[in-house]
Each structure stands twice: as C-alpha cells, then as structure tokens.
Design a protein around this ligand. Structure first.
Ligand code: 16G
Ligand code: ZN
Length: 533
C-alpha cells in the first residue's frame, strides 16, 4: 500500500542537507530557500498522509516566507477548515524534516502511519500555492514529488496569496454542504468579497482613492483581480507592484517595514498628500497596516490594534442596532504587544483577552466568542462569526426597519471577512466599509485613542530557551528573579509596562516597553534589555 520503492526513488532526488536542524515553528518551516528542497518534498508526503488520516479531506500547503527577505522561503500546512495545522502534527513535520537520509525518512514515515493510525486506502487530496519568490517554482516541484510518492491528488492553485489558499481549502471541503463557504476558485473568492463590499457601501458618499503598498509581492497580483471587480465602488492605487524585479520583495516597503520602522516606505513619499490614507500589505498579503500623513506631513500609523478597535466598536454598534445584543456577544483577542492604550479603549467597551503570540493562539481564543475580533499589533487578524451566530443572523426577525438594515450589514460582513486567517485585502475592504459608514478619515480613526509611546528591542543571548513565560507571555518564570527586577524597574515609569519573551522565529529574546513619554519607553526598554543580557 505504501509504495516504498517509489518513495525511496523520489526521496533520493531530494536529499537532506547535512548538519541542519529544521523546526516547524509558529509560521511553519522558514529559512533560506536554498536548503529547503528536502523539507518541501517531505512536507508533500506529510500533507498527503494527513489528508488520508482525515478521510480524504483536502489539506492545503502554502509556500511562502511572508515578510522575510526574498532569499528566504518557507512552507506551512493548512487544515481542512482553512486553519493552521493541528499542534500534534507540527512535531511530526519536524521529525520527518530532520530524518538524516532516505532510509531514516522512510522509517519515520512508516512510524507515523502506525502511530497516527493512517488508513492508506483512503483518498488523499492536497491543494497548494506559492508566493512570488523566485525560489518558489522549484520548491513546488519538490512538494509535488512528495505528493506523488503517496499518490495524492494534487491541485495547483498557482501563485496567489496565503489567505486565498486558506479560503480555497475551506471552500473545497465545504462544497455542497450546508456550511458551503463560497465558490472554490480565486475568481469566486474575489466575487464573494467584492459583492459583499459593494452592498455594504451602497448609498454611502464616494470613497477617496486608496494607495496600496503591495510590498512588491503577490498582493499586487491579487489587486489586479480586485480592481476591475470593485469597479467604481473603490479606487485602489497600487504601488510597489514590481513582482519580477530581483530583490524588490519586502525591501524597504510592506507592512512589516511600516510596523517595525514606524515610518513611511520611501517609495510612497511622492504618492501621498497630507490627509490621504494608505495601507501596506506584507509579502504574502496576510498582514495589513494603514497610515496617513497629518496636516504637517508627519507620518501617523494605524496598526493592527487600531484596526481591531475600529472594527470591534463598529460590530458592537451593529449588533445593538439589529436588536441582538442579548444573543450575540462580541469579544476581542490581543497579544502582549497590543498597545496599552488600545487595550484600555477596548476593555471599556467589550471583553478583551490576551494570548501568546502567534495566529493560532489568537484564532482559537476568538472562536470562544459569538463574534471574535482578533488582531496582532503587526496587522495580522480577522473576525470570526461562530456557527450559532451565523444561524442567529439568518433567523433573526427584525422588529423595525433600522434593525433590518443593521442585520443586513452583519450578514454582508460575514461574507466580506475571510474567516479562515488574516487577509490583507479582505481586512482592507472591511476597514474601508467602517470608515465609509462612520464618515471617518484617517484623522478621526486615529483619534479613537492615542498610542502609548513604545519600543521593541531584540537581544542576542547565549540560550534563549532559558527564558520561560506565563500569563500570555507577559511575565517571566525563568531565569529566576529576573521578573522581580523587571517589576522594580517598571514601577519607576509613568504608565510603564514591559515584558520579555523568547522569539519563536529568530534566535533572539524580544524586549517590549511602553511608557507615557517616548524617551521613557526607550529608557525602560534599554534598561530591561540590560537585565536580560
Ligand atoms: C509568526 C506568526 C505571527 C507572529 C510572529 C512573531 C503566524 C502565522 N505567524 O510570524 O503571528 O506575530 O511569528 O514572531 O502565526 P516572533 O516570535 O519572532 O516574535
Ligand atoms: Zn505574511
């Protein structure tokens, strides 16, 4: 049933580089592309087996390194409902990736089949896609060999965004069921989102054109499909859409640049007038940052926390206007990186929960609310309408016309929002809907609350694994006594807050600090970093 000869033949074409340890981390496997060939082959095998384990449901594989430099690449698996791979399988992925040679790999595969009780008679289906990275084509071929080795039925979704791949996985798996998510094609996705968007902004004053920084990545291709479909409902002005210029991807542009540098990408300087709003996608279009220049031409950033605040408050209002506030409770999920001012603003209006960094933690926590809004400060996030909420929306009988209007908006939002994962394009349309409904420019949105000045620094340490955290990464339990010292420091600063956590993606420890004044935030961050070092 397992064609060991075929597996061996194909595995020999993709030998593991010596002396390298791969790890399936928060964002899958991610490293320099040149050493990833064997990992892609093995992920193909794993995805095909996972599909068999789940009775032939379609599994997704996305080949991307998101906001990382162009020379990097990566791969992550997507489970049947479009969500991140189940935890237990992350370690199976790591095990397979690290088998030193073909024999050890085959042994690991046979062991996996046994341990997870895979019935090899089951069908296997895998859909995959990649971003615009030049290394993507050959890595996808290695992935294809892995799928072939197990006899999976492959579907190539081509070059597209991470959120489209997540959408496709859920759409394929729900096709023809009562939970049908939408047409299982990229065109169907564009139609679903733009149709909902047009209904939501119908009758509102014309929206000023929006400048979109595509990070010279796959978001530029997505926009080419959205622009005609949006028609006159929204004019998008793409910049940084040079997807075939070597070295351009994520280079001094994109959502990660904006968030970490807290400044305008130089390439946008000639595109923005004071007051005009703009946004940046990251390299695989699953993160979104907004910004504008104030009347004095100063850069003002509207990050994931500002998006969460804007969107959550709007949904709470709609739920109330629809007469559903007793039935539908809206909640927000953040991480320790959320600006303290956003947490204060949100907590005064609705329940807020803090969880460890990483999309899967936020996503799972958001599923516990009737409507769960989650965003990381870095701009990754979405809104989840739980199945009972969707049913309540469909069955609700409005008492007055105003209730019907609000209810219709909620149903359209349910279609507009990509609920499988953060989606820069879907989130951008969502923000535009709220701004149009509230008649807000960037200025009014920005003034919902004033960000506390903050500073993030990374510290190289001998061994980051000695840093252990609790309370959603807000406190250290190890090394001993360090948290008490941080507490002593923090007390000396007005509105001071600081935490230390080991990075899940880099070999560093991160130190975050915020305080009433920028100089204080800087000072606190550097002094805490001094304790860590
Ligand atoms: C990964 C996470 C992202 C998180 C970041 C933190 C996913 C898909 N991505 O990119 O959500 O913000 O890691 O990185 O979960 P760090 O652990 O290095 O600070
Ligand atoms: Zn990304």
């Amino acid at each position: 049933l397992l064609n060991v000869n075929e597996l061996r033949r194909l595995s020999d074409l993709h030998p593991k580089p010596r002396g390298i340890q791969f790890q399936y981390g928060t964002a899958g496997f991610r490293t320099v592309a040149s050493i990833l060939d064997s990992t892609l082959f093995r992920v193909g095998v794993l995805a095909a087996l996972r599909s068999k384990r789940l009775d032939g449901k379609t599994i997704g594989v996305m080949v991307t390194a998101s906001h990382n430099p162009e020379a990097d690449n990566g791969v992550k698996l997507v489970d049947p409902r479009g969500e991140m791979l189940e935890n237990a399988w992350e370690s199976h992925a790591t095990t397979l990736a690290n088998a030193p040679n073909t024999s050890a790999f085959i042994e690991a595969v046979e062991n996996l089949i046994k341990v997870t009780k895979i019935d090899l008679n089951k069908p296997s289906r895998v859909v995959y896609a990649r971003d615009t990275r030049p290394s993507g084509a050959s890595l996808v071929r290695a992935l294809g060999d892995g799928l072939q080795a197990i006899g999976a039925e492959p579907r190539d979704a081509g070059i597209t965004t991470t959120p489209v791949l997540h959408y496709l996985v859920r759409a394929v798996n729900t096709k023809g069921t009562k939970d049908e998510y939408g047409p299982d094609s990229e065109e169907g996705y564009v139609t679903k989102l733009t149709t909902a968007f047009k209904k939501l902004v119908a009758g509102k004053p014309a929206i000023p054109p929006l400048v979109v920084d595509c990070a010279n990545g796959v978001g530029a291709l997505a926009l080419q499909k959205f622009i005609p479909a949006l028609g006159t409902s929204l004019t998008l002005l793409p910049v940084n859409d040079a997807i075939s210029t070597p070295g351009a991807l994520n280079n001094t542009c994109g959502a990660d640049y904006v968030k970490t540098q807290q400044r305008l990408p130089p390439s946008l300087e000639s595109h923005l007038r004071p007051g005009q709003r703009a946004c940046s996608f990251d390299g695989d279009a699953d993160r979104l940052m907004y910004f504008y220049l104030d009347e004095r031409g100063r850069f003002r950033m509207l990050d994931g926390d500002k998006i969460a605040s804007l969107v959550a408050a709007f949904i709470v209002e709609l739920v109330k206007s629809a007469g559903l506030e007793d039935k539908i409770k809206v909640g927000v999920v953040q991480t320790a990186y959320a600006n303290g001012a956003s947490t204060k603003y949100l907590s005064e209006r609705l329940p807020v929960k803090c969880v460890p960094t990483g999309v899967k933690h936020l996503h799972h926590a958001a599923e516990h609310y009737d409507v769960g809004v989650y965003f990381e400060a870095n701009g990754h996030g979405t809104v989840l309408f739980c199945p009972e909420t969707q049913q309540a929306l469909r069955e609700h009988q409005p008492a007055i016309p105003a209730q019907l209007t609000a209810l219709t908006h909620l149903l359209n939002l349910n279609d507009l929002i990509n609920q499988t994962v953060g989606d820069a394009t879907s989130d951008m349309l969502l923000v535009e809907v709220v701004l149009a409904h509230k008649s807000y420019s960037g200025v009014e949105w920005d003034s919902l609350y004033v960000d506390l000045p903050n500073r993030l620094v990374k510290v190289k340490v001998a061994n980051r694994n000695v840093f252990k955290t609790e309370d959603a990464e807000r406190r250290l339990t190890s090394p001993p006594m360090l948290q008490a010292k941080i507490d002593d420091l923090v007390r000396k600063y007005e509105d001071g807050r600081s935490f230390v956590r080991p990075s899940g993606t880099e070999d560093v420890v991160r130190v975050y600090a915020e305080a009433r004044a920028k100089s204080q935030a800087d000072d606190l961050a550097l002094r805490v970093a001094g304790l860590v070092y």
